[in-house]
Design a protein around this ligand. Structure first.
Ligand code: MN
Length: 206
């Protein structure tokens, strides 16, 4: 299941340096990535490999380690596997124009079955993340149409820290959004609006 036709249709590959729409499989078959994306709005894109594609959700508030917090996750178009290594700038005026950070990367294991595509079809995927920042059990459950909820399940990785505030940097390059924009010809001021004001303590967000 799944297709890269919507991904292809939305982009001009003469203008953007995002990966080409090619289906391929990783060694594990279960890569995941979370990209912090300062486009028109700041959001976190969660992508899980399934059938040679990255199934994708835009999570406006990002993941929460608190089991009581249900984060809205809007299903978006499937992305190519190579997108799991993309960090950089999408030109302004292009689809998703803005700055993209590799916020977390790793592998995942489905927990309520093995056929991820069919679990997603049914609207519920329980999975264990093995990332640098995100670990342990989570669930994605569809509420209606493209709306899903991303919820942390109870385990030893539960916390009331706001991990988006405590770990705001790229997992591969250590850069903040503004540093990525600056190095790659993006809109630095716009990107900086997605970075924390300071790395000091902040009130926890729900
Ligand atoms: Mn995005």
């Amino acid at each position: 299941m799944g297709s890269l036709s919507e991904y292809r249709r939305k982009r001009s590959f003469k203008k953007t340096r995002e990966p080409l729409p090619e289906r391929k499989h990783s060694r594990t078959g279960h890569r995941f990535v979370v990209q912090k994306h300062r486009a028109r709005n700041l959001h976190y894109d969660l992508r899980l490999e399934a059938d040679g594609l990255l199934k994708s959700w835009a999570v406006p508030k990002g993941p929460s380690l608190d089991t009581h917090v249900k984060r809205l996750a809007m299903a978006v178009e499937d992305h190519p596997l190579d997108y799991a290594d993309f960090e950089g700038v999408i030109p302004e005026g292009e689809y998703g124009g803005g700055t993209v950070m590799l916020w977390d990367q790793g592998t995942y294991e489905p927990e309520n079955g093995t056929d991820v595509a069919s679990l997603l079809q049914k609207g519920e995927l329980k999975f264990k993340l093995k990332g640098k920042k995100l670990k342990g059990s989570w669930v994605l459950v569809r509420t209606r149409a493209r709306n899903w909820l991303l919820i942390k399940h109870r385990d030893s990785y539960v916390s009331d820290e706001d991990i988006t505030e405590t770990f705001p940097r790229s997992v591969t390059t250590g850069r903040m959004l503004a540093e990525i924009a600056s190095a790659e010809g993006g809109d630095v001021e716009k990107a900086a609006a997605g970075d924390p004001v300071s790395t000091g303590r902040k009130k926890r967000k729900r």
